[in-house]
Design a protein around this ligand. Structure first.
Ligand code: PLP
Length: 214
């Protein structure tokens, strides 16, 4: 069920200065339509087939953001539908996006996904020391439009640790911004930690369970 009252309260908090990506993974087309009718246009999905199915069934002015780990063999499938790939995490993936985007004459917005939470093992994402290589890679790929970065907070209740990770994210974001004027989006914060992310400088939050309640 899409929680309309919660949605309105969250949008009021974000106050037009932080962009909401409504994470609709595992939720139905009807629920997304409810959110759409309230004015929501950016939705996040983490499975290729699910994104394609929903995009085909819903209005064309929805901006679909891919937020999950993206396998190279799924790029072609999602590319006609996505407006932003938030989970760019390797040179090889960037090169595949370039190839498939060029084939359909599309330029796609991408965010570099960084893994900053040391306590979380085996998660996907780039290490900060890989940033420069990725920036240089994207510079030579004309259909990959790098517009920012995404990261996740650590799985913990320790607000101080969450804050440290988000502050590290903001610092890295500022470093990336020195490289290009097009880098404007800092996507950090989910249902349980978005307040901390915004305090640290996030300007896009990805909220799912708080909006789409069971
Ligand atoms: C599921 C997911 C979210 C939303 O998480 P909630 O806790 O449901 O708000 C945000 N970002 C990514 C990458 C996700 O996979």
């Amino acid at each position: 069920m899409f929680a309309e009252k919660v949605y309105e309260a969250v949008q009021k908090e974000l106050n037009g200065t932080v962009t909401l990506c409504a994470v609709s993974k595992r939720h139905s087309i009807e629920e997304i339509k409810t959110a759409y009718d309230l004015g929501q246009r950016i939705f996040g999905e983490n499975k290729a087939a699910e994104l394609v199915q929903k995009a085909e069934a819903l209005p064309a002015d929805i901006e679909w953001h891919f937020i999950g780990h993206l396998q190279r063999n799924k790029v072609k499938q999602i590319l006609p539908y996505v407006s932003c790939i938030q989970s760019l995490d390797s040179v090889r993936l960037a090169e595949m996006i370039e190839k498939e985007a060029a084939a359909i004459h599309k330029t796609v917005d991408c965010l570099l996904e960084f893994h900053l939470a040391e306590s979380d093992t085996n998660k996907t994402g780039l290490l900060p020391e890989e940033a420069m290589t990725m920036l240089e890679t994207c510079d030579r790929l004309p259909h990959v439009h790098l517009v920012g970065m995404m990261t996740m907070g650590p799985h913990t209740d320790d607000a101080a640790e969450i804050r440290r990770v988000f502050e590290a994210g903001h610092t890295l974001f500022q470093t990336l911004q020195e490289h290009s004027r097009d880098i404007q989006i800092l996507s950090m914060g989910m249902s349980d930690d978005y307040h901390l992310a915004i305090e640290a400088g996030s300007n896009m939050v990805r909220i799912g369970s708080k909006l789409f309640q069971e």
